[in-house]
Structures are given as structure tokens and as C-alpha cells.
Design a protein around this ligand. Structure first.
Ligand code: DC
Length: 227
């Protein structure tokens, strides 16, 4: 019998920033004994590499070259760029402001999508979170989730993350930055943020993490897609 395709053990978790992807992905991974891949961290690490190399962010070839040469590892909540831990730096304001430009380039996406598929093969499946996981990276994933939350709740969560990282920003500035990034991520020509037709859409605004995780775990265990 041939080995099952690793993508049969993928849970695709997509949604905008602040919708709860990382928290829900970790809960799913714990419940199902799978590893998590944060693909946003990969785009952020490549963006940091591009900023450090002073590559023009609008130059697709220059950014793709940076992506090809960057050694990016994302494991267990730690992101390394060329062997160094950059987990905090990639969440800083410079990278956050630039990442939507770098991630819009198709040639950059191709480099990272190939690495994401390799990662899943090596890990025999996993919970993969991002923007295009259910639509482009793993269109055959058995369970696809698209998380949403109200704009106010998303801004509140992001502000909490910023405060925890000792960065002081007001909630209106966070809300504006989120709206800008949502617009760029949803309107780009290649792999825009979009819900897959067969995804479960879950509004996390007023729900506990445990409750959301349980709903997805049940779907995964029943081995069915949205009817
Ligand atoms: O999830 P995040 O906020 O860390 O993602 C950072 C950026 O990376 C986001 O603004 C869009 C981009 N991204 C993407 O284009 N495709 C993905 N699969 C994940 C993230």
C-alpha cells in the first residue's frame, strides 16, 4: 500500500490578522498531536531579510532572490533567519508595515509555498495557518477553517499583543494599520486572502478558544468537509 499523502492530515487555518488563527492553530495542534506552521512568520522573516539587504520592496526579482537565499526555520513558535532567532523582530513595526508588499510578489510566494509543502511532508501533516492555505497551498486539505472576528475585537487583540511585547500603541492606530493590511492582503492579484468554498467559516468574536477548537476537532475526526 502506498503511503498516504501528507496533505490528508492538514488542517488549513486562514483569516485576517487578529481573527484568532495562531491561538486556534495551537489548540488544534495540542488536541490532535500535530505540529503547527505559521506561514505569516515565514513571510515576515523574508521581509526582515529584504529590509536588512535594503532590497527595493517593489522589486519582485530582488525580493525573490532574498527569499531564495534566506534560510528560514519556523518551529514551535520560534522563527529563525539564517540561524538567528528573529521571533521578536519580525513582529516589530518595520516588518509589519512592509510585509504586505513583499508577500504580494508571486515569485516570493512560489519560493515559500514550495517550502510550506515540504514542511508538511516532513512533519507528516500539520496545522498550517496563513491567508491562502485552503485556496492555494493545500486545496485538498480535509478540513479548512476561515476565521473572522469583528474589527473592534481584532484591534483589541492586536493591541494586547503589542502591549505584551512592550510596544505602546493606541487602539485606533492598530485598527487603521489592520485595515490597511487587510486591504492589501485581500486585493493583491496573486493568492489574495479569500475563504475557500469548502471552508468552515467561524466568527471567533464572542467564542472561547476551547469551543472553537472543539468544533474543528470534531470536523477533522469525522473526516468530512462542509456539506
Ligand atoms: O499572519 P501574519 O499577520 O503574521 O502575516 C503577515 C503577513 O504575511 C500578512 O499581512 C500577509 C502575509 N501572508 C501571506 O500573504 N500569506 C500567508 N499564507 C501568510 C501571511
Amino acid at each position: 500500500m502506498s503511503a498516504p499523502d501528507a496533505s490528508t492530515r492538514v488542517i488549513a487555518v486562514d483569516g485576517p490578522s487578529g481573527s484568532g488563527k495562531s491561538t486556534v492553530a495551537r489548540g488544534l495542534a495540542d488536541a490532535l498531536d500535530l505540529d503547527v506552521l505559521d506561514t505569516g512568520a515565514m513571510y515576515r522573516a523574508v521581509t526582515l531579510a529584504a529590509l536588512r539587504a535594503r532590497a527595493p520592496l517593489g522589486d519582485e526579482d530582488a525580493c525573490a532572490k532574498v527569499a531564495r537565499n534566506a534560510q528560514v526555520e519556523v518551529e514551535g513558535g520560534v522563527t529563525k533567519l539564517d540561524g538567528r532567532d528573529v521571533s521578536d523582530e519580525i513582529r516589530g513595526p518595520e516588518v509589519t508595515a512592509a510585509v504586505s508588499f513583499v508577500s504580494a510578489h508571486p515569485a516570493v510566494r512560489k519560493v515559500l509555498v514550495d517550502r510550506q509543502r515540504d514542511w508538511v511532508k516532513r512533519h507528516d501533516g500539520g496545522v498550517v495557518e496563513g491567508r491562502d492555505i485552503g485556496t492555494v497551498v493545500f486545496p485538498a486539505a480535509p478540513v479548512k477553517v476561515f476565521l473572522t472576528a469583528s474589527d473592534d475585537e481584532r484591534a483589541r487583540r492586536r493591541q494586547r499583543d503589542e502591549t505584551a511585547a512592550a510596544r505602546d500603541v493606541d487602539v485606533d492606530a492598530v485598527r487603521e494599520a489592520l485595515a490597511r493590511r487587510d486591504h492589501l492582503d485581500s486585493s493583491r492579484a496573486t493568492s489574495p486572502l479569500r475563504m475557500a468554498d469548502d471552508a468552515m467559516e467561524i466568527d471567533t468574536t464572542k467564542r472561547s478558544v476551547g469551543d472553537v477548537v472543539e468544533e474543528i476537532v470534531q470536523r477533522f475526526r469525522s473526516g468530512t468537509k462542509e456539506a
